[in-house]
Design a protein around this ligand. Structure first.
Ligand SMILES: NC(=O)c1ccc[n+]([C@@H]2O[C@H](COP(=O)([O-])OP(=O)(O)OC[C@H]3O[C@@H](n4cnc5c(N)ncnc54)[C@H](OP(=O)(O)O)[C@@H]3O)[C@@H](O)[C@H]2O)c1
Length: 232
């Protein structure tokens, strides 16, 4: 039985992760949403294999109480997927029109939130079997690939998340927890837009192949859906 927790599971890539996990017999999924009462598609799948819990990753108290409820449901976690994130409108992220509050909120949700959730889950992950901690990053977090201007908030938040991955890999790797950043590709969701190249089904199927194959050699890595290493 694989015990899995994921953030931001009410739509987009997070919802598709839940769908594909539930097509397997031997999983127990603890899926979180900011507003579970509005998470219709996720709630429709709830049952023996799926518990839906409220969690806002920008609120440390909400993160603590969600993980406390997870700890009541499972003795350990085999996989944590930090998926929830925001991307502000382009205008708020341009040099000339940068919105400081929007940038700080983006860092809070996309970089600090995953770190706080990871920290709360460490005791559960330590009791997991083959435990893995996956931060859903973005190719836009790559410093060396950044050639265009703008997108200051989102790109910086994913670069910071990548640094969180490296720190967690050093802190937790020695106790057997594999930590990595994964880029899902450009995916047709509210965030990715309808012009994106991959469906959520294609992206998540590829990400699951990567996640299923993670070993200690991958600790601290930054991988794309083809399992290629992305330069930091
Ligand atoms: N789509 C792409 O092309 C693409 C490319 C690269 C990386 N990514 C990454 O892939 C992940 C999933 O993206 P997506 O395309 O599925 O985005 P999405 O459709 O916009 O979904 C984002 C999810 O995050 C949740 N969320 C936002 N703020 C939250 C908070 N404070 N606390 C808890 N949950 C929160 C949303 O919940 P609400 O419904 O309550 O807002 C929603 O469930 C993100 O980390 C994103 O950065 C996506």
């Amino acid at each position: 039985m694989e015990r899995i927790m994921i953030s931001g599971a009410n739509r987009g890539i997070g919802l598709e992760f839940v769908r594909q996990w539930l097509s397997r017999a031997d999983v127990q999924v603890l899926a979180t949403a900011r507003s579970p009462q509005q998470a219709g598609e996720l709630n429709d799948m709830a049952g023996r294999q799926l518990t839906v819990l409220p969690m806002d990753v920008s609120d440390p108290a909400s993160v603590r109480s969600a993980v406390a409820r997870v700890a009541e449901a499972v003795e350990g976690l085999d996989l944590l997927v930090n998926n929830a994130a925001i991307k502000p409108p382009d205008a708020e992220q341009r040099l000339a029109t940068l919105d400081p509050d929007s940038m700080l909120q983006t860092l809070r949700v996309n970089s600090l939130g995953p770190l706080l959730l990871a920290r709360e889950c460490v005791p559960l992950l330590r009791r997991g079997s083959r435990p893995r901690l996956v931060n859903i990053s973005s190719g836009m977090g790559s410093l060396s690939r950044k050639q265009s201007g703008g997108q200051y908030a989102y790109c910086s938040s994913k670069s910071a998340l990548n640094m969180v991955t490296r720190g967690l890999a050093a802190d937790l790797g020695p106790s057997g927890i594999v930590v990595c950043s994964l880029h899902p590709g450009w995916v047709r969701t509210e965030m990715g837009g309808m012009q994106a190249s991959l469906s959520t089904h294609e992206s998540v199927a590829a990400l699951l192949r990567v996640i299923d194959s993670l070993t200690h050699a991958d600790n601290g890595s930054y991988l794309d859906p083809e399992r290629e290493t992305i330069p930091w």
